[in-house]
Design a protein around this ligand. Structure first.
Ligand SMILES: [Zn+2]
Length: 317
């Protein structure tokens, strides 16, 4: 019985091999006559985005109607990003470039100039958004050069402004590619409805803790704080590997001055100094995610923001 099965198996195998061989030959010859890129992807809109939230918002609006790329790989520090030759190449081949704006993507101007793409259309996701200044000098530990002279760029951390960014991206995409207007509109509406629901959750949760004050080591949350009437005291403007003695003194002063409920660090970073400092000050150290890193799934915005809401709630209680 076993023998017979294996003989039958061999016959089938030989037949399969022959088919595969002939199949291969056929494919090779027909492929050689075709153009190197499949027609569908050559006709697809090519959109390049700068960093994660811009990628999410754009991908959410385009769905599968466009090829969406990200210039700054998630996990790479975005504030001091240095462009690569591959970035210029991607912009050279793109139809549309989506940026956060408000001076966040400092590398972009020179990279776009290098790309020499006269057909490129740029979408500034923050167009029509009035930027807030960076933290007031009294809240700054350091007399450092203003990194964002145009204002604080972290608008994506306020769900209401994120919605505005999605609308701006949608309108820019429609202007560049009117054939897909209906898809862009439907996709944008679905994502914006989720942002509205998220905004309601933030409102309902945080209205219980008016003026709840929290300390961050990244000046990323002034829009979020303004929206929900809580207060961010940013000791450090841009996340750093190590806190300076001045940063520590500023933290201690802020904790004395305000009724500070918690210290917040970026999730996934193991900052021993921050942990020790929070213990000394008898405050909890909570994660707060600026969404400058994470997964490429557009839905990750909601997961990470709900985690932020939980951190804020448990700190403010
Ligand atoms: Zn930031």
């Amino acid at each position: 019985m076993q023998n017979r099965t294996s003989k039958q198996g061999s016959v089938v195998l030989v037949a399969l091999l022959l088919t595969a061989l002939f199949g291969c030959n056929n494919q090779t010859s027909s492929q050689a006559q075709q153009s190197p890129t499949p027609v569908t992807s050559a006709n697809q809109l090519k959109v390049v985005t700068t960093f994660l939230p811009m990628y999410w918002f754009t991908k959410a609006v385009t769905g599968d109607t466009a090829q969406v790329e990200i210039l700054i790989p998630p996990g790479t520090e975005v504030h001091d990003y240095q462009a690569t030759p591959a970035n210029a190449q991607a912009i050279a081949n793109a139809d549309i470039l989506v940026k956060n704006g408000i001076g966040f993507e400092e590398f972009l101007e020179a990279t776009v100039a290098n790309a020499k793409n006269s057909q490129l259309k740029e979408i500034d996701a923050s167009a029509s958004i009035k930027p807030l200044d960076n933290a007031t000098p009294e809240e700054h530990a350091r007399d450092r050069v203003d990194e964002h002279a145009e204002g604080n760029p972290h608008v994506w951390l306020d769900p209401v402004l994120a919605k505005q960014q999605v609308a701006n991206i949608r309108d820019g995409l429609i202007a560049a590619n009117p054939e897909n207007k209906a898809t862009f509109q439907a996709n944008a509406t679905a994502y914006m409805q989720k942002l509205e629901a998220l905004d309601k959750e933030f409102q309902e949760s945080l209205q219980k803790y008016p003026n709840c004050t929290f300390v961050t080591f990244h000046d990323a949350y002034p829009y979020l704080a303004n929206r929900y009437q809580i207060k961010q005291v940013a000791v450090v403007e841009i996340p750093e590997d190590q806190l300076s003695p001045t940063d520590i003194q500023t933290t201690i002063n802020a904790v004395k001055k305000y009724n500070v409920k918690a210290l917040f660090g970026e999730p996934g970073t193991d900052n021993k100094l921050l942990t020790a400092l929070s213990k000394d000050l008898n405050l909890t150290l909570q994660p707060l995610d600026s969404l400058e890193s994470g997964t490429l799934d557009p839905q990750h915005y909601f997961t990470a923001m709900r985690a932020n809401l939980q951190s804020l709630e448990s700190a403010c209680q």
